[in-house]
Design a protein around this ligand. Structure first.
Ligand code: 13P
Length: 229
């Protein structure tokens, strides 16, 4: 299983360091095959030792240059960061990232050999239209994306389940994951209100290869519970 923590705009450099120390101490007993990823804010990227992967929540598709407010490859290389989240719904919604822009970013980081956790997920109004609309919407978020990329991991995160406390039901997750698996033969994570109370059930669903966790990953104790079970 893959367990990924997305801190979003939470934690500082100092608190991230403490978090990682605390988490690593707690997950010493994790299954060897389980993989842990942490995506702190860009200001907390650093070099860390330990059995986990540190990734970037975002970066611009450039080595370096005049892109005020952005970080590029040069800033990630300083810490040997080779993993990135692309397509998160918050960047699509609040930062205005279009599918074309996201596909360009994907192609850039693919050409740089990054491991990419690519996020897709439908808003509530699409979910309310039924499963066919959901699948069409998710397919539209794969436009321009090389789904055969060897270092691709996909995360299905229904927008209405993110940060709402209302995770998708096991049946909804099972249906969507199994339908997606027919299209993309890649590890497929679920995200959206995952917490220690529901994580065990979600990881047991056929077609779920791991979890992408926001709020419940912010405390090391809670994320460790999700990992260890
Ligand atoms: P929550 O776990 O807070 O719902 O966030 C999920 C998410 O967006 C992870 O990328």
């Amino acid at each position: 299983m893959i367990f990924a923590a997305n801190f979003k705009t939470n934690h500082t450099r100092e608190s991230t360091k403490k978090y990682i120390e605390a988490l690593l101490a707690k997950i010493i007993a994790k299954k060897e095959e389980d993989k842990v990823y942490i995506f702190p804010p860009a200001t907390a990227l650093d070099r860390y030792e330990g059995d986990f992967v540190l990734g970037a929540q975002n970066a611009y598709m450039t080595q370096n240059g005049a892109f005020t407010g952005e970080i590029g490859l040069q800033q990630l290389e300083e810490f040997d960061i080779k993993t990135i989240l692309i397509g998160h719904s918050e960047r699509r919604q609040f930062l205005g990232e279009s599918q074309m822009f996201i596909a360009d970013k994907f192609a850039y980081f693919q050409s740089c050999g990054f491991e990419i956790i690519y996020c897709i997920g439908e808003p509530l109004e699409v979910r309310q239209e039924g499963r066919e609309s959901v699948m069409n919407f998710l397919l539209s978020q794969l436009e321009g994306i090389d789904i055969s990329y060897e270092k691709l991991i996909v995360a299905y995160e229904p927008v209405w389940a993110i940060g709402t406390g209302r995770s998708a039901t096991s049946q909804e997750i099972a249906f969507t994951h199994q339908a997606l698996k027919k299209i993309i033969q890649k590890p497929l994570l679920y995200g959206g209100s995952v917490k220690p109370e529901n994580s065990e059930e979600i990881v047991s669903i056929n077609g779920v290869d791991g979890l992408l966790v926001g709020s419940a990953s912010l405390e090391a104790e809670s994320f460790a519970k999700i990992i260890i079970g």
